[in-house]
Design a binder for this molecule. Sequence first.
Ligand code: PHE
Length: 454
Amino acid sequence: MRRGAWSTRYAFYLATVGSAFSLGNLWRFPYVVNSNGGGAFVLLYILCALALGLPIVVAELMLGKAYKQSVIVATEQLSDTSTQSWIRRTRIWSFVGTLANFSSVVLLSFYSVICGWVLFFLMKYVAKISSKAEISNTLFTTLMDNGWLQVALMSVHLLITTLVVSKGLKEGVEKLTAWIMPLFVVLMIYLVFKSISLPGATEAMRFLFYPDFSSFSKDTLLKVLGHVFFTLSVGMGAMVVFGSYLKEDSYVPRSGFRVAILDIIVCLFAGFLIFPIIFTLSSIEDVGPALLFNSLPVLFEKIGLGRLFGLFFFLCLYLAVLGASIMLLETSVANLIDKRKFNRQKASWIMIGIAFVLGLPAALSSTVLVGVKVFNKDILRFYDSLLIDTMLPLVVLGMALVVGFGMPRKVKEEHFISENEMDSEKFFRNWHFLIRWIVPGVIVIAIALSLWPK
Ligand code: PHE
């Protein structure tokens, strides 16, 4: 089958960074940092993103680029029954691929609920742009009290995503994003500047960067890892699909490095943006998933032309989350096409149907299903922790073993070692060691710690 390729490097970075730079950075990072004590969590996050996240991004991109397939078929090719090596004959590799695909569908379902929230705020800003009335900070509560509105917003979002993926409108969206994303960066810089001029900024920086290890619990390491994998879009097969579209002459380690670094920077930026607001207003406490939505409108009300900025911010954020959703759907659709030879249209509708059914209980978790608790959590938080704190570490553990042990060394060397790249042999050896031993080792330790009896 002929496979598309990124038209330009810029298109690749835009799509990859676009999918990485999304809710994980702007919505989830601030609230997990807030609920896990600040500086120590941030420090561990940066360390894990560089030492474990980055090698995995490179590994997934490489798997895709080497086999030109999405994750299920690529891992199936590694389970090669004709080889002598027992480790490569094992079918467990393809099980990892299937699990990764399953994660992408689970993520799409509850991700769409949050994307619906972004859509709601965007619509509110469009409506309020010229009105005098305050944008109150009860807006989020209004949304939480209306479960069916959340279902409607999620459905609209899923519909937009499916139309884009099934009708091949991706190019149009990519072009639009190519225009808007650089402006989003400028807007973020401006907003961060405004935010760090607030009176609570010093305290916020201290909270973000002063590591207080007493806030750690036995689950913290697993939480950090889950978040790193989520925000870098690994463990779901997405980077494998990206890699499969890479041109022959692109150098995977460099692409992976850039994506990871940019993603870390955006997470930190989100911290600079949100925490000064929280420390300036004592009224915002640990509000979990509501943090972004409760804090930013306060800043927009404070600065000149704030609503216009608000409107533009939520428009950019919506485009970013749309990009991520497109990529998530594209990942599972590519799997269906490669594995079952479905046509694109049919595959898109099937996947969106599954995501809708799975997303429904999450959208209703603050109203109709408010009494339903799974492991002491409401359904949305349960999905979040099932996927991010449990499935992603497990899939990434599998992926590290797939690439570390299942993929022939020669293939890896071909993609990593290059005469044109300085010290690539040394980097290869370090990377290979990290992938084979350190990434799996740290994940196993993190899981063991979290299961350790109190
Ligand atoms: N990394 C994205 C985020 O931070 C989530 C995502 C995962 C998007 C996988 C696409 C594919 O929000």
